[in-house]
Design a protein around this ligand. Structure first.
Ligand code: DGP
Length: 223
């Protein structure tokens, strides 16, 4: 038998290391979208491909319904809107996975933590029940929580224009977020200048990219 082909020096390129899944969370008007976009620019500018995503994604048919609910155009049962927000994230599940597998990172402005923190703030829905519909989405490598006194957030432009922007409600949302924290969460002081917040976030992302083993992504809230 001829084994010569087994000794061939032809090398097969290793698949790229998967990208990082980075989630930005926080109560309303804490600067999440601005900071998420800056983080994408920062990574792309240093030769590490990254894409921006946000939830709710108001561009899909489900997202249009969510938009209408948030602007008080339609009323929906608490359970129904909760499941629509969740379905809106599952719609993007294939894109999140394929992007990470390609080696690019995904920076997401709000994720399942918003889903639970906001829905459970209605008190008609329990925290555990709210987790159910998002369980199994990929668990982020890091959650950067933009922490800003709620009274300060309430002074920011157009606060109050959407359904949940009300101080008492946001206090319950904040409490729920704190109940969801684990060791992947990093609190970022969002009362600082845009540039200072940006630098803190970049430092956290650099640390995660260095330390993370980037093995297979476990499912969120499984176990
Ligand atoms: P944004 O587009 O990031 O400003 O979010 C719109 C509003 O929707 C904001 O008040 C937070 C809320 N929200 C985001 N995700 C969810 C979710 O999954 N469930 C519920 N109930 N509310 C959410």
């Amino acid at each position: 038998m001829n084994y010569s082909s087994c000794n061939s020096t032809t090398s097969v390129a290793a698949p790229p290391r998967r990208g990082a899944l980075i989630v930005i969370e926080g109560c309303d008007r804490t600067g999440k979208t601005t900071q998420a976009m800056k983080l994408v620019e920062y990574l792309n500018g240093s030769d590490r491909k990254a894409i921006f995503m946000r939830f709710p994604d108001r561009t899909t048919p489900i997202g249009c319904l969510i938009d209408s609910y948030l602007s008080r155009g339609v009323n929906l049962e608490d359970q129904v809107i909760h499941l629509l927000f969740s379905a809106n994230r599952w719609e993007s599940h294939p894109k999140i996975i394929s992007t990470l597998k390609s080696g690019a990172s995904v920076i997401i402005d709000r994720y399942a933590f918003s889903g639970v923190a906001f829905s459970a703030a209605k008190e008609s829905l329990g925290l555990q029940w709210c987790k159910g519909s998002d369980a199994g989405l990929p668990k982020p490598d890091v959650v950067l929580f933009l922490d800003l006194p709620l009274e300060q957030a309430a002074t920011r432009g157009e606060y109050g224009s959407e359904r949940y922007e009300e101080l008492k409600f946001q206090q319950r949302v904040y409490k729920n977020y704190m109940a969801l924290r684990d060791d992947t969460w990093k609190m970022i002081d969002a009362s600082k200048s845009i540039e200072e917040v940006q630098r803190s976030m970049e430092a956290e992302v650099e640390r995660v990219m260095k330390e993370s083993k980037f093995g297979p992504l476990p499912g969120l809230w499984w176990s």
